[in-house]
Design a protein around this ligand. Structure first.
Ligand code: 26V
Length: 804
């Protein structure tokens, strides 16, 4: 949109007056932030209305991205950017004596996700809107997002994330669009007009109220919708059932138990099974989403059996997979369509994305729990499974193993991933290797059974947030050098590769990084009270804490360097600051111990001024979040992507770093492989076992971590330091880590890959010494990163899966 500075100033002052009866002098930053955001909402409101009207009138096929998580982050800066008014707004505010950055910092992160999966959903929304694809998000309006992480005495402490405390300016409550959700009760059958009807009775009914947030596309009139559902008591229930009988506490208890459904985001956790509340959450938002889709659809007066021409639903991991059965219920019980036709429509509408091969993360629900909560849905799943098992028996007569291995219901449990596969027309993995493993290993049976369902869609990231917004200085250089067409078509970043050996451009890219690093150091001094050397190599590993991501490997290399420096203080290494950041699931003790370990090593090294001579520093950044990511990634020289090969489905942080000109040190895992293919072997540092080696070791059971402990004196010393109090903590502090490595045989091959990793890190040190070569690598990484824009990914979903 176009708007001039003068109008912005006028509108902003008006807004401040209308909302708060305050002038610029008197208003707090929070009020200024709200006033500006309200203004941005107004600027986009016409387009939001028009987009909705257009979708309705043209009957264009609509895509709904169903996800338990949307890790949106802050919206003000992003919306200003996408509206194309960020610079003029910054100027206007500056003339009013206001710093836009400061207002942006006031906004609380919408942290409604755990990590990669939730952030991917947010990047996809941005891409769909920017490409003009009618694609909307459907999820839960959690009252508390992912916990806030504090680090106290080196330990993670979780604090509730009360992100709605000051109110959320971006959302609009749509009480007139609320729907009712039914839980529990029983199902009765009756014959009506010669057909069998299923009547759900004695259920508990609750209200799902949508809160809509506009998703503003970049440089386009399209404004899509993120619809998040809030769980509420149906007023009449509250008033009459308990309240009027005078049983006040029971009434409140009842209300609380219903509202608890949208109260809190579950932190991902290995022991997720058996959590009734989580199952309630899943059915709650899936049912609400589908009901509202069908209601809107029916207003268009198109026959219900053409639903699949107009609606596509993407199931983000197994969490929303109950959608398959819920749509069947609506079509059969409410729309009175035959089973066969309903199933055809359902599979055409649904498609499923798998985000992990780790079997412990594939959801299964105990039948007894499921049946009790969702009796009709359970019947439908039983019927889907019955028919599916018939098909298996036809294809593989007398193969009982096959039947058991593939059955949706087995051993007292419902396998939600299998329900999603059977009920969808497309199943995709999120990077080439990951899809390969799904097809040939984890879901091999299904791939053989359904020849054409499986496909790959390598993840992506929105370059608008992760380059334009996060790194304006680099954006400026790119535009000066290759023009601005790459913003609309990120593949054109490729043009930048021509300048890889151009000394002038190399210098500019280096200066930008240096500038970003200096401003981060200032931030760190202000916020954490720590001193960081901006001229050291910034080596960054930020991501959730999981054993398979191997933060341990990183720390082991740091300790190895430290011990080498102690022995030889004049050892010639380029000063390095190792940054870590990431949250551990509250119940994941090993991951929490790793956080304590990182902080313990940090305080040992950072306080040992004698041996270190400013050459080594370790920093754990608390509360890693979208907005912290936007700060640290543009400063990184080295991007740590060091998971055990085969374990990281894709990774998306890897793409963000690359796009900001960091050099990746990586295993051949997830999308690292595709990054390597894109930048070429010279512009990435690869180490460690590849997929075949890992799979072989796992298959043959031939790995013995103790052998590495006994044969490599470096490892022996490092591992001993876990229990010998040399790190100034008690000998039992890290006993779980110690035992995971030696007694439990090091499931993720940290010791096995150690030597190779140390060499790779050594190589980084060498490469960095040749300033020009290093800059060349950075430029190559930036220029090839356009491939990983989520715009490309979304175009493939649109064409291959959604048919829009
Ligand atoms: C992982 C694990 C690992 C072991 C213990 C329990 C547990 C629970 C959840 C998960 C993560 C599951 C889904 C997920 O977040 N996957 C991530 O999705 C990203 C987007 O596709 C992808 O880039 C990451 O590689 C993948 O881990």
């Amino acid at each position: 949109m176009y708007i001039d500075k003068k109008s912005i100033k006028r509108d902003f002052i008006n807004e401040l007056t209308t909302m708060y009866s305050e002038d610029i002098k008197g208003a707090s930053n929070l009020h200024k932030y709200f006033a500006l955001s309200e203004l941005v909402k107004k600027y986009s409101s016409q387009n939001w209305m028009r987009t909705n009207r257009k979708y309705k009138n043209t009957k264009k096929k609509q895509v709904y991205y169903f996800s338990m998580e949307f890790l949106i982050g802050r919206l003000l800066g992003n919306n200003l950017l996408n509206l194309g008014i960020k610079d003029v707004c910054k100027q206007a505010l500056k003339e009013l004596g206001i710093n836009l950055n400061e207002l942006e910092e006031v906004e609380s992160d919408a942290g409604l996700g755990n990590g990669g999966l939730g952030r991917l959903a947010a990047c996809f929304l941005d891409s769909m809107a920017s490409l003009g694809i009618p694609g909307h998000g459907c999820g839960i309006r959690y009252y508390y997002g992912l916990f806030e992480q504090k680090i106290i005495n080196g330990y993670q402490v979780e604090v509730p994330d009360h992100w709605l405390r000051d109110g959320n300016i971006w959302e609009t409550r749509k009480e007139n669009k609320a729907v009712k959700i039914r839980f529990s009760g029983n199902v009765r059958t009756e014959i009506k007009n010669n057909s069998l009807k299923f009547i759900h009775e004695n259920y508990e009914e609750i209200l799902a109220v949508p809160y809509d947030t506009p998703v503003i596309g970049y440089n386009t009139d399209t404004v899509n919708t993120l619809r998040l559902w809030n769980a509420e008591v149906i007023d009449s229930d509250f008033d009459f059932d308990f309240f009027s009988k005078g049983d006040y506490s029971k009434a409140v208890e009842h209300k609380n138990s219903i509202e608890s459904i949208s109260q809190v985001l579950y932190p991902d956790d290995s022991k997720e099974e058996g959590k009734l509340l989580r199952l309630k959450q899943q059915y709650f938002f899936v049912s609400a989403g589908l009901q509202s889709i069908i209601r809107t659809y029916k207003k268009m007066n198109i026959p219900i059996n053409e639903l699949d021409k107009y609606i596509a639903v993407q199931i983000n991991d197994t969490h929303p997979s109950v959608a398959v059965a819920e749509l069947m219920r609506i079509l059969i019980d409410e729309e009175e369509i035959s089973w066969d036709e309903a199933f055809k429509i359902t599979t055409n509408v649904m498609s499923y994305t798998n985000h992990t091969i780790l079997s412990e993360a594939l959801e299964k629900w105990p039948i007894y729990m499921f049946k009790k909560l969702l009796p009709r849905i359970y019947m439908i799943i039983e019927e889907i499974n019955k028919r599916f098992c018939e098909e298996i028996k036809n294809k593989y007569p007398n193969d009982n193993k096959k039947l058991n291995d593939m059955s949706i219901i087995f051993n007292g449990e419902i396998r939600m991933a299998y329900l999603a596969i059977v009920g969808s027309h497309s199943v995709n993995g999120v990077a080439k290797l990951h899809t390969d493993l799904l097809k040939n290993k984890e879901l091999k049976n299904f791939n053989e059974f359904y020849e054409r369902k499986f496909n790959n869609k390598t993840n992506g990231i929105t370059h608008r947030r992760w380059l334009l917004k996060a790194n304006p200085s680099l954006t400026k250089i790119l535009c000066e050098t290759i023009g601005d067409q790459w913003i609309k078509n990120p593949l054109e970043l490729e043009k930048f590769s021509k300048y890889a050996d151009d000394l002038n451009i190399q210098n500019k890219v280096r200066e930008v990084k240096e500038k970003n690093k200096i401003s981060f150091c200032n931030y760190a001094r202000r916020v954490y009270g720590i001193e960081i050397n901006p001229y050291s190599i910034f080596d960054v590993q930020v991501k959730r804490l999981h054993a398979y991501k191997r933060q341990m490997l990183n720390v082991f290399n740091i300790l190895n360097l430290y011990y080498k420096l102690k022995e030889n203080p004049s050892l010639d290494i380029i000063p390095r600051t190792f940054f870590f950041g990431g949250k551990a699931a509250p119940g994941y003790y090993l991951a929490k111990q790793i956080i304590k370990f990182i902080n313990t090593v940090a305080s040992k090294i950072n306080n040992d001024k004698d041996a270190i001579h400013g050459k080594l520093k370790v920093v754990f950044l608390p509360n890693y979040s979208v907005s912290l990511a936007e700060k640290i990634i543009p400063c990184a020289d080295v991007s740590e992507q060091i998971s055990t090969a085969t374990k990281e489905a894709s990774g998306t942080g890897n793409m963000k770093f690359m796009m900001n000109g960091a050099v990746t040190i990586a295993t051949l895992d997830g999308a690292n492989i595709e990054i390597k293919e894109a930048v070429g072997d010279k512009n990435i540092v690869i180490f460690g076992m590849n997929k075949e080696e890992v799979l072989n070791l796992e298959k043959n059971n031939s790995y013995k971590s103790n052998d590495y402990y006994y044969s490599d004196p470096r490892l022996k010393r490092i591992i001993n330091s876990l229990i010998d109090t040399s790190l100034n903590v008690s000998s039992s502090e890290f006993k779980d880590i110690y035992s995971s490595l030696l007694e439990k045989n090091d499931e993720y091959f940290v010791l096995k890959d150690f030597d190779s990793y140390v060499n790779a890190q050594d190589n980084i040190d060498k490469l960095y010494r040749d300033k020009n070569k290093w800059q060349e690598m950075c430029i190559m990484n930036i220029s090839k990163s356009g491939i990983f824009s989520s715009d490309n990914t979304i175009k493939k979903y649109a064409k291959d899966i959604w048919n829009v």
